[in-house]
Design a protein around this ligand. Sequence first.
Ligand code: VGL
Ligand code: ZN
Length: 211
Amino acid sequence: MTAFKLGDGDVLLIVDVQNDFCPGGSLAVPRGDEVVAIANRLAQRFGNVVLTQDWHPRGHRSFASSHPGMKPYDLATLAYGEQILWPDHCIQGTSGAEFHEELHVPGATLVLRKGFRREIDSYSAFFENDRTTPTGLAGYLRERGLGRIFLAGLAFDFCVGFSAVDAARHGFAAVVIEDACRGIDVAGSLAATRRSLAEHGVACITEADLG
Ligand code: VGL
Ligand code: ZN
């Protein structure tokens, strides 16, 4: 039995499949490159595909290198609250910020760049980490009549998870395709993400559930 029948109101959101999040990159997600083949396959089944691209200026406040004496994965307090500090990654215009070279999604209609404000990180494709600055994605999806969002990509416990929860908060149906994601797992982030997805009614499925 097919649990999910895809239609015109569905969109596939492919999150941050970029070189810096893949093996060899500066913030490599373990086995991150394994999502490429499945993302390519999924994209062919959706009439609507949107890509996100983490896109930071040099000296971004989420980088440990911007905080003397602190190191990657430390917790810092920024103007909007707590922020995990990361290695420099996905710097605008660098090869680390490019999509994985085998990602092949010619039908994608939007590349949504996020994290471009020096002072604010953005895990979610909908709101930056201050939780109030919108990226514009909700408006795009609404105007296009897209009501159900399937998510794939990197990292499960950061950008994919936050995007899925914000989608649900916005009133979209949100579905994470878990075998099309890989996670980082810092400070219990995987378990926290699973809890948060469940609390917000986000379904977690596998590619096989799409029939
Ligand atoms: C991400 C940490 C920092 C992600 C982006 O794409 O999950 N994680 N920037
Ligand atoms: Zn980032």
